[in-house]
Design a protein around this ligand. Structure first.
Ligand SMILES: Cc1ncc(COP(=O)(O)O)c(C=O)c1O
Length: 412
């Protein structure tokens, strides 16, 4: 007699830590816009412009030359060396041995977290914040505590004393993103000094997400301390790399996405202590193995030849920021302040206390796509995030739609 066939067992759920991850509220708003014929999207963090031609040409040439194979886990030598020169010029001497090429910033954040934290570790993050930074350590089983910036007359500010008190000796890692998505807040040099000294004292790792370092508008509120000791004053926001030795507990995450408009290419890098590099190579192997070879060649063109492009981009972004601040200031009930970095306005508006519902209604009713503040943590509730990396006519069209929405709801 043959045994009866065992029935197919039901499929278990994903791990608890994964099920507990927050889904993206920006996606939720975008989904509400499906079926709306004409949406103006300001919800994602990218420009409406294509990557500059000299970078696309470098990728095409590399493809033609047959750059289609696996590379070294830490990246091809000429890109690591180009990045070392770039980082050295902006932030002081850095060797290629301290650089690892990654598959963009989000993968760099995952690698940094995998290097440093494990199950049960305590992580502190400064918020409001792009959700990936807060969620990634949770995938690894870490506990994330948040310290919120405060919103006041001068926009978003950090109470550094409150951050230091949260950085208890049992904290494993601090996550700080400056210039910040979504608020545009930029950490001052003095705050960096205080945080670095405290983290040194307690052996806390600093993971600094500096993907927006070049999108910095210092004219607004100059930071003389940063000007005094930054390697390239004015060209970049104050960086932990200006202060820290290369072989201490500081890991800087960066990306090609923002400064060279390369969001779809998935290329980034990490600056980290040399002692971590062999282990980082193993983690790259088990995550992605390497960034695509022809994309890495495009990266060389970006860092070696892209400075003029980046400076012009920043000039245009600043003009867009000022234009949108001005236009939004004319909308009744809006409180908006020009931020010092990144490419977003994070502003309040009467009726935005349930920002997710409001953003869904705006996309459905007038085709205006902006991100709800609550997508960036509870501290962001009541705010709206508008990415201004696009031409001025499009910004004007967006503001007109906002006014139309408010008029339809009797608020204009
Ligand atoms: C704060 C922050 N860090 C990292 C990233 C990662 O970008 P990418 O993975 O395209 O490099 C983003 C993207 O919006 C971001 O806002």
């Amino acid at each position: 007699m043959s045994e009866p066939e065992p029935s197919v067992p039901s499929i278990p759920n994903a791990r608890d830590a994964v099920r507990a991850l927050r889904p993206s509220q920006i996606r939720e708003v975008a989904n509400a816009g499906f079926g709306v014929a004409d949406v103006l999207p300001f919800w994602f963090g990218e420009s409406d412009r294509v990557t500059p031609a000299f970078i696309r040409d470098a990728a095409s040439a590399a493809l033609q030359a047959g750059e289609t194979f696996y590379t070294h886990n830490l990246g091809i030598a000429p890109l690591r060396s180009a990045l070392a020169d770039y980082v050295s010029e902006l932030h002081g001497a850095t060797s290629p041995d301290h650089i690892a090429v990654t598959s963009a910033g989000v993968n760099a954040l995952m690698l940094a977290a995998q290097l440093v934290v494990g199950a049960g570790d305590r992580v502190v993050a400064v918020t409001p914040l792009w959700p990936n930074l807060v969620e990634i350590p949770k995938i690894l089983g870490a506990h994330v505590e948040t310290v919120s910036l405060d919103y006041g007359e001068h926009g978003w500010q950090l109470d550094v004393g409150r951050l230091l008190s949260a950085l208890t000796p049992d904290t494993k890692m601090l996550l700080v993103n400056s210039p910040n998505n979504p608020t545009g807040w930029v950490m001052t040099r003095e705050q960096q000094r205080a945080v670095l000294a405290h983290c040194r004292r307690h052996g806390i790792w600093i993971v600094a997400d500096e993907v927006y370092e070049r999108l910095y508008y210092p004219d607004l509120d100059p930071d003389p301390a940063a000007e005094a000791d930054g390697a390239a004053p004015g060209r970049t926001a104050p960086s932990f790399l200006d202060l820290a030795a290369r072989d201490e507990r500081v890991i800087c995450v960066n990306s090609f996405s923002k400064a060279w408009l390369m969001t779809g290419w998935r290329l980034g890098w990490i600056v980290a202590p040399q002692r971590l590099m062999d282990d980082l190579g193993k983690l790259v192997e088990y995550n992605t193995s390497c960034a695509p070879a022809f994309v890495q060649h495009a990266g060389i063109a970006a860092v070696r030849e892209g400075e003029r492009f980046t400076l012009e981009l920043v000039r245009d972004l600043k003009a867009s920021r000022d234009h949108l601040v001005q236009a939004l200031s004319t909308v009744p009930g809006v409180d908006v302040k020009a931020p010092k970095g990144a490419m977003y306005l994070f502003f309040t508006m009467e009726g935005a206390s349930r920002s997710l519902e409001l953003c869904k209604a705006m996309v459905r009713e007038v085709g205006l796509g902006i991100a709800p503040g609550s997508a960036f943590g509870p501290e962001g509730e009541g705010f709206l995030r508008w990415c201004y990396a696009c031409d001025l006519a499009r910004l004007d069209a967006g503001v007109e739609r906002l006014k139309r929405f408010l008029a339809q709801h009797g608020r204009a």
